[in-house]
Design a protein around this ligand. Structure first.
Ligand SMILES: O=c1ccn([C@@H]2O[C@H](COP(=O)(O)O)[C@@H](O)[C@H]2O)c(=O)[nH]1
Length: 238
């Protein structure tokens, strides 16, 4: 994999034209685009199709599904025609919900004759610290909770997880090499942390064992997004 292929740029914005323009600016400097709740709530599946049709980059659909198994399986079936490379669910939805999502992804891909989307389970959001977890009654270090949820995700058919860079090295010891670690919370030294709490630079995250890096504001909020994406690509050795 080329260093730039590891990077999914997070297009967190509500407008189609803005997302398409940003994707075009960073094309060749990133490996894919991530569209999430802000874009999907505003533009829906038609907007996703529009952005994808404008470029030629793999799609990571970050919808963080979290509901009862039957509802999540239905949502997975509903987005299958978009043929995302990755789709997120919340690992906290539990074993049956993760299994239902993985089964629905496989069955729907076979039915439609499209490539199977990879199901990634979000463990502990990178915006949460140990103190934040304690505040919601999870009085364990984030790393322990991530490790536990990663094992549940793996045992129930997920293709990988979303975790912070701080947990990657630990997880790599426990999990098979083909279990995808998708890693947001990436902050080059020259970028602001914003609301992210468990962060690391791109080069260190890859050295620790991250498969893919999710990077939004360090690129999209920069005055020159293409220059920021190029700087990150260079940090990654491109
Ligand atoms: O734990 C998580 C899960 C998902 N995300 C998403 O990644 C990007 C990060 O954007 P930045 O601007 O680089 O902070 C964003 O779309 C989140 O929804 C995450 O940050 N942490």
């Amino acid at each position: 994999m080329r260093p730039t292929d590891r990077v999914f740029v997070a297009l967190d914005m509500p407008e189609i034209e803005g997302a398409k323009a940003m994707a075009a600016q960073v094309a060749g400097l990133v490996g894919g685009v991530k569209l999430g709740l802000e874009f999907f709530m505003a533009q829906g599946p038609a907007g996703i199709r529009d952005v994808i049709a404008a470029g030629d980059l793999p799609l990571f659909l970050d919808l963080k599904l979290h509901d009862i198994p039957n509802t999540v399986a239905g949502a997975v079936r509903s987005v299958a025609p978009l043929a995302p490379k990755f789709l997120t669910i919340h690992a906290g939805g539990g074993p049956a919900m993760i299994r239902a999502a993985a089964d629905a992804a496989r069955e729907e891909a076979e039915r439609l004759g499209v490539p199977r989307m990879r199901i990634l389970a979000v463990t502990v959001l990178t915006s949460l610290s140990d103190e934040d977890l304690a505040a919601v009654g999870q009085a364990v270090p984030a790393a322990d909770q991530v490790r536990r949820l990663a094992q549940v995700a793996h045992a129930n058919g997920a293709d990988g997880i979303v975790c912070s860079p701080a947990e990657v090295a630990l997880l790599r010891r426990d999990l098979p090499a083909d279990f995808t670690l998708m890693v947001p919370g990436i902050r080059p030294t020259w970028a602001a942390a914003n609301d992210q709490k468990r962060v690391m630079g791109p080069r260190d995250a890859v050295a620790a064992g991250a498969d893919h890096l999710v990077i939004g504001r360090p690129i999209t909020a920069d005055a020159d997004p293409a220059a920021a994406a190029r700087r990150i690509a260079e940090e990654l050795g491109a």
